[in-house]
Design a protein around this ligand. Structure first.
Ligand SMILES: [Zn+2]
Length: 327
């Protein structure tokens, strides 16, 4: 997986697999979700842990597929702790890696109550009762399923609930969303909603609390190349002359368009005479296209500027026209 990630990195920054180019943004940053300032590329190691959690979830949920039935027959007594032993298959060991994640992020939804264990499974709260024993009279509890708390017509048996859980917990149990009374209990993901798949929700959860204010960039309706360029501005990885001087890739940090200033990000985006001419030409073009009159292309304005200024050397091409992934 490390090798595959290397290839992805190389392709991202150089456009092919055979040449190297400067990696302007750290891989840790690139692989964050867009809301956290990255490009939303999955880190393979983390993504794998989410995908195996999905397998463990299917195993726990007793899905009626051949592979689940085979694994249930062989390892069905070990799913509560997802333990491995010497000689177990690599596939089981892989599923065990995701077992804890699956259990922590899922909960049983009750139908007929027949396959949810009262103490061991999470069904009232994401934590099973066996982890908060102070609320339950454990002495009276032999191994039994939620079915015991249901009456013959499938409704909650309030007397039984009160007897075991007390009034507060019984009332909370009575308000749980239910499946149809004849349906089998089903494991559901806690964090999934209609807009995200459970795996996406789990992956995003790894980055919760690390959201950055410039995720608006990705909501713009513009060409992907332009949006990625904005993202690079937000990451401050535009190779302006000021930026290039820091690692000693250039001797001078002066703006190549003749401005009496250092070419840093602020200058490049907002203050440079070159940028101002381009923005002005774009505004003019937009206004004229709204009125239907003939419009001048910004390229013409740029060439005017190039002739009026002392033209920068080939190696001093300004970032606005030269910056994209293929440096
Ligand atoms: Zn300038």
């Amino acid at each position: 997986m490390t090798e595959i990630e290397k290839l992805i990195r190389r392709f991202l920054w150089s456009g092919n697999l055979n040449s190297n180019a400067a990696h302007l943004v750290a891989w840790e940053q690139v692989t964050k979700p867009k809301s956290a300032g990255g490009l939303g590329i999955h880190r393979l190691e983390e993504w794998r842990s989410i995908l195996v959690a999905k397998l463990a979830f299917k195993f726990l949920n007793n899905e009626n597929t051949l592979w689940v039935r085979c694994f249930q027959a062989k390892y069905g007594n070990r799913e509560s702790i997802f333990s491995t032993k010497r000689g177990d298959s690599w596939a089981w060991k892989l599923i065990c890696l995701g077992g804890t994640t699956a259990m922590q992020n899922s909960m049983w939804k009750i139908g007929n109550g027949s396959n949810t264990r009262v103490m061991e499974d999470a069904w009232v709260d994401p934590n099973p009762f066996m982890r908060w024993p102070t609320f339950v009279n454990t002495i009276e509890l032999p191994p039994f399923t939620v079915e015991q708390f249901l009456s013959e017509n499938g409704e909650w048996n309030q007397a039984e609930l009160h007897r075991f859980f007390g009034s507060e917990l019984a009332s909370r149990t009575g308000r749980l969303p239910r499946l149809q009374k004849e349906e089998r209990d089903s494991l559901v993901w806690l964090k999934s909603d209609s807009s995200k798949s459970p795996t996406t929700a789990l992956y995003r959860d790894l980055f919760r609390g690390r959201e950055l204010p410039y995720s608006w960039v990705w909501k713009m309706r513009a060409q992907p190349r332009f949006i990625t360029f904005l993202w690079r501005i937000c990451c401050d990885v535009i190779p302006t002359f000021g930026w290039l001087k820091r690692p000693h890739l250039r001797e001078s940090n002066r703006c190549p368009w003749g401005c009496p200033a250092e070419e840093d990000l602020q200058h490049f985006v907002c203050e440079c005479s070159f940028t101002c001419v381009v923005f002005h030409a774009l505004q003019k073009q937009q206004a004229e296209s709204a009125t239907g009159s003939d419009v001048g292309l910004p390229e013409e304005a740029i060439s005017e500027l190039q002739t009026s200024h002392s033209s920068p050397s080939k190696h001093a091409q300004p970032c606005l026209v030269s910056c994209h992934y293929r440096k």
